[in-house]
Each structure stands twice: as structure tokens, then as C-alpha cells.
Design a protein around this ligand. Structure first.
Ligand SMILES: Nc1ncnc2c1ncn2[C@@H]1O[C@H](COP(=O)(O)OP(=O)(O)OP(=O)(O)O)[C@@H](O)[C@H]1O
Ligand SMILES: [Mg+2]
Length: 416
């Protein structure tokens, strides 16, 4: 009993919470190191994947890799509000850069460029926010031109400092929130791409590392087709089976841990989590508490109450999303959940076909596409570049099937 109060539950279900043991992801870390070793930055990073697959915590582990290789690290979450317009994007970038560079003192003589030396008294010899802002304000032209000039200045100044860094990594999480707004004549996403593309071509070692839901990369390509060539896309999947096991077992193999999971429990957790990191943390967190309490009450053979845990997962994780879905959208998602393998890709046509065999009002192709578009907007579904759809939420198909437990006879007959 004593040990149980001392050894806290190590599992961390939550957005961006560092797991007790980060399982797998070796290939992704290797790929990131490759990007860091580029002499000239030709490839930037897009780290993408479904909800809760571990994008944020993996990006966090990239930071020490970059710092070790001599890079500065600039990072932030991109909320919609910080990127609604181009000026705000510029402020965001300048603020972020200044945080990483404000310790750098540079030699003014080395960084003379047309335009910058008109009002040298404004320029401190420190790369802090007022300096960056002054350069930005003194440059003429569009936001993109001014940002390019300022970042180029930053690079020249860093290079002229006593200990120049290898470059700067710009790590932006939740980057799917960025968008151009033609109606308001504001193109922050395109500006960001143009700026980095241009300064990289001029040799500035500034690397973009964008993280976000699977809508992110198609969005980048839609804004600027050259994004196809500008980014290396790493799509995070569920963990591989040996890594799933490590994620479950390693955190409780620590000294002083009062419990261990039985082989049967481990198998159950593997199966019910589907190998998805958030679900692993969630189920293990619950199971840990249950094991501790079963042991303290003297149970010889503790077990994971998987049904109760699944019910809790449904209400904590899925129910909120499901409650925002309209009735007609639910009908459509229900049809998807009845496809042979709803957790891979599906097409509007497949939905139209199958809906005829199910006890729901059928869908015309255009209606199905329209509903899918709405579901993309609310982040439930995404569309890949080949026009196929997928759930943006892992194991959503299982959840939906649990919402319709009563099998109708005609459903069971269907299958041809
Ligand atoms: N490799 C891993 N091994 C073990 N646990 C992990 C791993 N990656 C992520 N997790 C856990 O999974 C959960 C989700 O991680 P994270 O928040 O990074 O996901 P995400 O992809 O950024 O989610 P979102 O799409 O909501 O932004 C956290 O509880 C985290 O601790
Ligand atoms: Mg995240």
C-alpha cells in the first residue's frame, strides 16, 4: 500500500503530454536528422497524422536533436487567431525569432545592406525584438518582402556573431489552422511559404517543421503547388506491435512500481488501443489504477475491466466530437462504419452504394460529397490527394458501431 501512494500512475493521456516512455518513432527521428544535415535547405518537414497519434510529443523530442546539432529552435502553436492576417503572421514570426536570438550580439559593419543602414541608430547591436521590428518597419513593400528582408538580416547578423548557429528550425504545431482568406485579401499561409522558399533559395539555413492533422499537407499544396517539392512528409501511424508493448510495459518496469500487468491484460490493451498512442495512455492509465486497487484489496489475479474503460473512453474522447455531428452526418458516418474496413480510405461512391442496403435514407453522390465537405471542416474526416476520404480520428469506426448496437437483419445479410 505504501508503494502505491509513492509510485504515481505514470501514464499520461492528454494532448501534448510527454509520455512516460516514448515508444518507436526511430525512423522519423532518423529522417529529421537527415533534414538537419542539409547543407542548403531543400526539404522542410511536415509531420502529420490522425488525432492523438503523437505529433506534438514527437516534435518536442526533435528539439534536443536540433540543438545538439547547433541549430536554434523557434516554436509555437499556430492558433487561428495568430494567423488570421499577414501582419499578425509577421509579428508571430518576429516574436518567435527574437526569443531565440536576443542573446546574439552582432557586428554592425558586417551586416550593412542597402536600406538597413539608413537609420542605424535605431538598430541595437543585439538581435532582439526591437531590432527585428526596426528592420521590418524600415523595409518597403509587401509583408512577404519585409519578412524576407528581416529574416535575411537575421541570418547575416547571426553569421557575423562570434558563435554562429548552424541555422534556425521554425517548429509550428497545429499548422492545419493556417489558411489564406481570399475574401479579406489576406494570404498568411502563402506568405509563409513564399518567404521560406525564397530565403532558403538564397542560402539561409532556416528549416520549417510543420505539424498538424492530415488536412495540413493538402492545404499547403493548394496554397502553393511548389509545396509538393518543398516538404518531406512524415505520416505518423499507429505504433508497431513491439513498440506498443514497450509503451505499455516500460513505464511500470521502474523501481518501486507496485504492479505489473498480466500477459492477458497486455494483450487486451494492445488490441483495444489499436496501437494508437493516446488510447494506449488512456487505457493504461485506467488499468494502472484498477490494478493498484485490486492488489490493495488482496486480489490474486487482477484484470483490466476493458468494457468500463471503453465506456469511459467513449465519453471522454469520442462523445464530444459525436455530439457536434448533425443527424444526417451521423447517418453518413454510420454507413461508413459499416464498410468493410472503415479505418482505411473510402469514397463518396462507396457510401452511396452501401446506403441503399442499410436502414437509412439514401444519399445521392452530390449530397454525400456535400456532407463529407462539412465533416472535413469540423475535423472528423479528411480527404487525401487522390480524392479518397478517411477518418481523422483513430478508431472512430469502432466507436460508431458501438452507438448502433442492435444489428438489423438486412445489415447482416449485406456483404456482396
Ligand atoms: N511514441 C509514443 N509512445 C507512447 N505514448 C505516446 C507516444 N506518442 C504519443 N504518446 C501519447 O499519446 C498522447 C497524444 O500525443 P500528442 O498530443 O503528441 O498527439 P497529437 O498527434 O499531437 O494529437 P493532436 O492531433 O490532438 O494534436 C499523449 O498522451 C502522449 O503522451
Ligand atoms: Mg498535437
Amino acid at each position: 500500500m505504501e508503494a502505491a501512494t509513492v509510485f504515481r500512475n505514470p501514464f499520461r493521456p492528454g494532448a501534448g503530454h510527454t509520455p512516460p516512455y516514448l515508444a518507436g518513432r526511430k525512423e522519423e527521428r532518423r529522417e529529421f536528422r537527415k533534414l538537419l544535415s542539409q547543407e542548403t535547405v531543400l526539404s522542410n518537414l511536415v509531420l502529420t497524422g490522425l488525432r492523438g497519434v503523437g505529433k506534438t510529443v514527437l516534435l518536442d523530442t526533435f528539439k534536443p536533436l536540433a540543438v545538439q546539432e547547433g541549430w536554434l529552435w523557434v516554436g509555437a502553436d499556430l492558433s487561428e487567431s495568430t494567423t488570421v492576417d499577414e501582419e499578425r503572421l509577421a509579428t508571430r514570426i518576429l516574436t518567435d525569432v527574437a526569443l531565440a536570438t536576443s542573446n546574439f550580439v552582432y557586428d554592425r559593419q558586417e551586416v550593412r545592406r542597402p536600406g538597413f543602414d539608413r537609420q542605424p541608430e535605431l538598430l541595437d547591436a543585439t538581435l532582439n525584438y526591437p531590432t527585428l521590428r526596426a528592420v521590418y518597419e524600415q523595409t518597403r513593400g509587401l509583408v512577404a518582402d519585409r519578412l524576407k528582408a528581416t529574416l535575411t538580416f537575421v541570418w547575416l547578423a547571426l553569421r557575423a556573431s562570434p558563435n554562429p548557429p548552424r541555422g534556425i528550425v521554425f517548429a509550428y504545431d497545429k499548422a492545419q489552422n493556417m489558411a489564406d482568406h481570399a475574401g479579406k485579401d489576406e494570404y498568411p499561409l502563402s506568405v509563409m511559404l513564399d518567404v521560406f522558399q525564397s530565403i532558403q533559395r538564397q542560402g539561409a539555413p532556416f528549416l520549417l517543421a510543420l505539424t498538424g492533422l492530415p488536412t495540413l499537407f493538402p492545404k499547403l499544396v493548394e496554397a502553393r503547388t511548389y509545396s509538393e517539392r518543398m516538404f518531406r512528409v512524415l505520416f505518423l501511424n499507429r505504433l508497431d506491435p513491439p513498440d506498443v508493448r514497450e509503451a505499455i510495459v516500460k513505464p511500470i518496469q521502474e523501481d518501486g512500481c507496485p504492479i505489473s500487468f498480466t500477459e492477458e491484460s497486455i494483450r487486451q490493451i494492445e488490441r483495444h488501443s489499436g496501437g494508437y498512442p493516446y488510447f494506449i495512455q488512456f487505457i493504461c492509465h485506467e488499468a494502472f489504477d484498477v490494478f493498484v486497487s485490486q492488489i490493495t484489496t488482496g486480489s490474486q489475479n487482477p484484470t483490466v475491466p476493458i468494457e468500463a474503460i471503453t465506456a469511459k473512453l467513449d465519453s471522454d474522447f469520442f462523445a464530444g466530437r459525436w455530439s457536434r455531428v448533425t443527424d444526417r452526418q451521423r447517418d453518413l458516418l454510420y454507413v461508413v462504419s459499416r464498410l468493410d474496413d472503415p479505418d482505411t480510405e473510402f469514397s463518396a461512391q462507396e457510401i452511396v452504394e452501401l446506403s441503399k442496403a442499410l436502414p437509412v435514407k439514401g444519399f445521392s453522390p452530390s449530397h454525400a460529397s456535400q456532407i463529407l465537405a462539412a465533416l472535413i471542416n469540423s475535423g472528423v474526416v479528411f480527404r487525401n490527394r487522390h480524392g479518397k476520404y478517411s477518418f481523422a480520428v483513430p478508431l472512430l469506426g469502432d466507436f460508431i458501431r458501438r452507438q448502433y448496437p442492435v444489428e438489423q437483419p438486412e445489415l447482416q445479410r449485406h456483404g456482396t
